[in-house]
Design a binder for this molecule. Structure first.
Ligand SMILES: O=c1ccn([C@H]2C[C@H](O)[C@@H](CO)O2)c(=O)[nH]1
Ligand SMILES: [Zn+2]
Length: 162
């Protein structure tokens, strides 16, 4: 599946923002920091980090932190997402986050899965290529629709799609 391009500058900004967003993580139970950066329609970048809870089910992932922050600040549509953690290789949003993101993100929205030691020489690969390169320090470029195919969304309830 092809993914619409973000400008090189926006892409670099989103990647750096996702790496920085990890600093906001509250993760004393897993010690697994995650950062997310969402690009809003007006080009605002919204940061999110995972926030854990002693009652583990109350934990909120970085991606949902970012989307809830952005939406409650008045952004209702987003044009890019980058996610990073501290482990080698990229990680990708969990199922719950994918569904929540899908509420506010177009299916062709680019998603960047960023390895912790990202540099400008890091190789960019598609989701299909990434399956052959598990654990490698690659940047994965995918999209909302590729991450959540055949999805249920607002239009199924006769609501406008973002
Ligand atoms: O895409 C992901 C995957 C996991 N986590 C968080 C949830 C929990 O705090 C920790 C371990 O699962 O990482 C995220 O924030 N985003
Ligand atoms: Zn999640």
């Amino acid at each position: 599946m092809s993914v619409p391009t973000l400008s090189d500058a926006k892409r670099a900004q989103l990647i750096i923002s996702a790496l920085k967003a990890r600093d906001g993580s509250y993760s004393p139970y897993s010690n697994f920091r995650v950062g997310a950066a969402l690009l809003a329609e007006d080009e605002t970048i919204v940061l999110g980090a995972n926030v854990e809870c002693a009652s583990y089910g109350g934990t909120i992932c970085a991606e949902r932190t970012a989307i809830v922050k952005g939406v409650s600040d008045g952004h209702k549509r987003f044009n890019g997402l980058a996610v990073s953690s501290d482990v080698d290789g990229p990680i990708s949003p969990c199922g719950i986050c994918r569904q929540v993101l899908r509420e506010f993100c177009p299916l062709d929205m680019p998603i960047l899965l960023v390895p912790s030691n990202y540099s400008s020489s890091t190789q960019t690969v598609s989701a299909t290529e990434a399956l052959q390169k598990e654990g490698e320090d690659i940047l994965v470029l995918t999209s909302m629709g590729e991450m959540l195919p055949l999805s249920f969304g607002p239009s199924n309830l006769d609501k406008p799609n973002p």
